[in-house]
Design a protein around this ligand. Structure first.
Ligand SMILES: [Zn+2]
Length: 432
């Protein structure tokens, strides 16, 4: 019998009922962890009548997790723990996450659901090119692929020649890979005269583990001639499989029977309007070893409106649009540099480099964006340049809801980025 998963067919009402029940259970389990015992003392299970009542519970931050290391967030006896993962995180705050046998099974079920939704079957050969070890990318998908019934190749990351050899020899049809490494593999294939579209048998690729643009996804799709699905996860929530894109590629379905999703304004901590960008906040609903209540992921995304043609009623998240650490508040509006980047990439004439400057002349925030044009687009024709400048300003205004001044530059005129994704110069505090 092929592996199947009924929870993907739950209706909104059923999801809501399940979430309410499991949130109460989570409350009871979390109380057993020293870190939560006092903080949850004032809430009774009867206080939870709907998923929205999660807001009666306290938020949990990465800093609290770190302060509670190694054992304060553990809600079961240590003898019930069968594995731990350890994440250094982007800001260097290392935290451990513990799993019982059941937790590992639930994690595999979440990722397996995403694999099925992207049309993976037991006939597929799955080459897992994510690192195995403390990092959750490798093992998270490994057990999911075995659950689905794929022949699973635990290739791990690196050793590109061997990866290519494995793909050729065993006809790998499904890959799991960090997007930047996907590009690297394509580059090595190019140099070796291998046509990744025709010499391989790859039809589905899962990407995750680092932020990436839609353009990068499309390049990997074209390079391999395969469907590329985005995956979202973080070690604090087990790992990959929290939300994954189905074959429709129109947003990532959250496993809502396992995770309760909120999207909050990172400043006011109130829920944003549906469809608005905000911080992804997640509560585990089934985890035993380390239940986490309203964990602030610091990832920025939005819930996408409407139904998915695949039939799943589980909410869809946009791709991650940035991190709360990158957020700018300009004239009271929350702005994420990724929004600016996306708007600029929509304009064909815009080249690779841009820089955002904020200042505050006469007590009013002002945002300017210096943009390098492509060689082809650059011209001495003043009228054309002014029209292009207006067009870029309008595109930014549509995206950000505030007016932005755009300056155009010749290719190579702006300083080259120091490797950081976000190029923002904020002069506002210096002037006050
Ligand atoms: Zn779908």
């Amino acid at each position: 019998m092929p592996y199947s998963d009924d929870a993907v067919n739950l209706s909104r009402d059923e999801i809501s009922r399940i979430q309410t029940t499991r949130l109460r259970e989570t409350l009871e389990r979390a109380r057993r962890a020293p870190a939560y015992a006092d903080r949850l003392a004032g809430v009774a299970p009867e206080d939870i009548q709907s998923p929205a009542d999660v807001r009666k519970l306290p938020l949990t931050s990465k800093g609290q997790l770190r302060d509670g290391m190694p054992w304060d967030f553990l809600g079961v006896p240590r003898s019930e723990v069968v594995r731990m993962h350890y994440s250094s995180g982007t800001t260097g705050l290392a935290t451990a996450v513990y799993h019982t046998r059941s937790d590992l099974r639930m994690w595999a079920e979440c990722a397996a659901r995403g694999m099925l939704a992207a049309d993976v079957t037991e006939d597929d050969v799955f080459q897992n090119m994510m690192g195995y070890g403390l990092f959750t990318g490798g093992l998270g998908f490994h057990y999911a692929a075995e659950l689905v019934g794929c022949m699973t190749i635990p290739a791990s990351s690196g050793n590109t020649e061997r990866q290519i050899h494995l793909m050729q020899s065993f006809g790998s049809s499904v890959l799991h890979i960090i997007p930047s490494y996907g590009l690297r593999v394509l580059h090595v294939c190019d140099e070796a005269g291998i046509d990744a579209r025709n010499d391989f048998n790859v039809r589905i690729i899962f990407v995750g583990g680092e932020p990436h643009s839609e353009q990068l996804r499309r390049r990997i799709e074209e390079g391999f001639g395969a469907q590329v699905s985005n995956c979202y996860g973080l070690s604090e929530m087990a790992g990959p499989g929290v939300a994954m894109e189905c074959r429709e590629q129109n947003g990532l379905h959250v496993c809502e029977d396992h995770y309760l999703l909120e999207v909050l304004d990172p400043q006011s901590l109130e829920p944003v309007e549906p469809g608005e960008l905000g911080e992804v906040v997640l509560t585990t609903l089934r985890r035993e070893a380390m239940p986490l209540i309203r964990y602030r992921t610091r990832d920025i995304a939005r819930v996408l409106p409407g139904d998915c043609p695949c039939g799943s009623a589980h909410l869809r998240l946009s791709r991650m649009e940035g991190r709360t650490d990158d957020m700018l508040v300009v004239r009271g509006v929350n702005i994420y540099p990724m929004q600016i980047e996306r708007a600029l990439l929509d304009v064909d004439e815009v080249g690779r480099n841009y820089a955002i400057t904020l200042d505050r002349p006469e007590d009013l925030d002002r945002m300017s964006v210096a943009v390098e044009l492509t060689q082809e687009a650059f011209t001495d024709e003043m009228r054309e340049l002014t029209a292009l400048q207006r067009r870029i300003e309008q595109r930014l205004q549509t995206e950000l809801d505030i007016s932005v001044r755009v300056e155009l530059h010749e290719p190579g005129e702006l300083p080259v980025s120091d490797g950081k994704a976000v190029r923002v110069i904020d002069n506002r505090n210096r002037e006050t």
